[in-house]
Design a binder for this molecule. Structure first.
Ligand code: C2O
Length: 549
């Protein structure tokens, strides 16, 4: 293994999409940002230099960060933001992961424009558990806002509701031909017949789970969140914000007499109008030999068929199909026993409107979101740092509830009392605790699916279901043999998901909904994993250039 050095200069860049030019926060003037490429086992060192007015921090989404918690990146959780004119070196090793992850800004809504792929290749002299693809192609879905995303979120937080919709979805930064002024801004994947392409799909959109499909083609899913899965074929994929999926696309063995659209648009059970319901498209084009009598221009363009926007049974069937390889080379180390059990409700709610504000939530309230009725308040210092320095007094408490304050019919008619309380509460886990966590979606203010992302760990999704979780009957059906291992799981709308993980990584680890508006409303909390006894089980001291608040 080797060390790979990168430099990220955070700079403003003028970008035009949908006939609107605006200045965006970018890495190295690129949109989407540059690729990080490494092999499993490599060390990655990224020097981030902030040249813009905004404070920033970068998160390496899905990277395990074993004993490198200072490099995880969420602002006010593991570090203070990198201020204007400052820099910070992120230094971490990629351990036991292979596939696709991604990086993004982790402060406010800066990730709308500050994101890019992390490509993790197998170790040298090892191969994929499938035939070597002819080419590898990252395909990253995003969202484009005509306004400044920072203004969009600050307005949304001021008014409680407000409009937080983007104007377009994008494929590799491009909206594609179904939007105004955008045919020039269309992602094109040019392929040859009879070849296998590895598509590395990343959902970097802020607020939407997305379907994705390529007209007249099926793909084979081989990897999710940088873990191999048992291969399965599908013509439509569903990817939540935060998730990555590697698929093999086998092109037709001949030159087809058509060109094919690839499309992505939301899966959602949220009320119409509360999100951007448009379609981004790219083009899959078979390169013709120069002497071909038929020119590409004259070929018909075929469209894929995507499920209905709220096709929850598609969601359930598709997510069920993911299974770990669970073989001798790639075992699934599912915790078979549990030290600590937790039951968290995840969902939306309302709070009274603060005196000096006007709120547009239901009955003049302010929207909020919570875990076990606690809407997590970000501190103004770094949780990891105050923990390490023994200065946590007055910053956080360690009484995050293991159960909801009062049980109710979570997926039925919501009760009247839906106010949540605010706080910065953590769960403390001794080193090497095995955790089982049931995430129960609620129907308060509308049942929506919540893609929960855990920093610092992969977890196994041992169970999933609709309705209220039943602790006496549901565990009997848990899959402890080959459950999918990932870092982001969609808790189904009106349903639940059960995950297990081993708390073998000391530090403070954020867990939150990866739908950015829900995260901003407070659907977030943090775990504090204590040091183990052995020297290699401890969080090392912070690097000298760790930013100050
Ligand atoms: Cu991809 Cu805390 O996020």
């Amino acid at each position: 293994s080797i060390t790979r050095h990168y430099r990220f200069d955070i700079v403003m860049k003028n970008v035009t999409r949908l006939c609107t030019t605006k200045s965006i926060v970018s890495v190295n003037g690129k949109f989407p940002g540059p690729r990080i490429i490494a092999r499993e086992g490599d060390r990655v060192v990224v020097k981030v230099v902030n040249h813009v007015k905004n404070n920033i921090s970068i998160h390496w989404h899905g990277v395990r960060q074993l004993q490198s918690g200072w490099a995880d990146g969420p602002a006010y959780i593991t570090q203070c933001p990198i201020q204007t004119g400052q820099s910070y070196v992120y230094n971490f090793t990629i351990t036991g992961q292979r596939g696709t992850l991604w990086w993004h800004a982790h402060l406010s809504w800066l990730r709308a424009t500050v994101y890019g792929p992390i490509i993790i290749l197998p170790m040298r002299n090892t191969s994929y558990p499938f035939a070597k693809p002819y080419k590898e192609v990252p395909i990253i879905f995003g969202e484009w806002f005509n306004a400044d995303p920072e203004a969009v979120i600050s307005q949304a937080l001021q008014t409680g509701a407000g409009s937080n919709n983007s104007e377009a979805y994008t494929i590799n930064g491009m909206p594609g031909p179904l939007y105004n002024c955008s045919s020039k801004d269309t992602y094109k994947l040019k392929v040859k017949p009879g070849k296998t392409y590895l598509l590395r799909l990343i959902n970097a959109a802020l607020n939407d789970e997305l379907y994705f499909s390529i007209a007249n083609h099926t793909v084979t899913v081989v990897n999710a969140d940088a873990v191999y899965v048992k291969p399965f074929e599908t013509s439509v994929l569903l990817i939540t914000p935060g998730q990555t999926t590697n698929v093999l696309l086998k092109t037709k063995p001949y030159f087809p007499n058509a060109t094919f659209l690839m499309e992505a648009r939301p899966y959602s059970t949220a009320a119409a109008g509360t999100f951007d319901n448009t379609t981004t498209a790219g083009i899959l084009e078979y390169k013709r030999p120069s002497k071909s009598p038929i020119s590409i221009k004259n070929l018909p363009l075929l469209k894929p068929t995507l499920p209905m926007i709220n096709d929850t049974s598609y969601f359930a069937n598709f997510t069920q199909r993911f299974r770990s390889l669970a073989n001798s080379q790639f075992p699934a180390n599912v915790p078979q026993t549990v030290d600590k059990r937790f039951f968290f409700t995840v969902g939306l709610g309302t709070n009274p409107c603060p005196k000096n504000q006007t709120c547009q939530g239901p009955n003049g309230t302010k929207f909020s979101a919570s875990v076990n009725n606690i809407s997590f308040t970000l501190p103004t210092v770094s949780l990891l740092q105050v923990h390490f320095n023994g200065q946590s007094n007055g910053v956080y408490t360690t009484d995050f509830p293991t159960q909801p304050a009062f049980p109710f019919n979570y997926t039925g008619n919501p009760p009247n009392i839906t106010n949540v309380s605010n706080g910065t509460k953590l769960v403390v886990l001794p080193f090497n605790t095995t955790v089982e966590l049931v995430l129960q979606g609620t129907s308060i203010q509308g049942a929506e699916s919540h893609p929960l992302h855990l920093h610092g760990f992969n977890f196994f999704v041992v169970g999933q279901g609709f309705g209220n979780y039943n602790s006496s009957t549901d565990p009997a059906n848990f899959n402890l043999v080959d459950p999918v291992e990932r870092n982001t799981v969609a808790v189904p709308a009106n349903g639940w998901a059960a995950i297990r993980f081993l708390a073998d990584n000391p530090g403070v680890w954020f867990m939150h909904c990866h739908i950015e508006i829900h995260l901003s409303w407070g659907l977030r909390m943090a775990w504090l994993v204590l040091d183990g006894k052995l020297p290699n089980q401890k969080l090392p001291p912070p690097p000298p250039d760790l930013p100050k608040c």
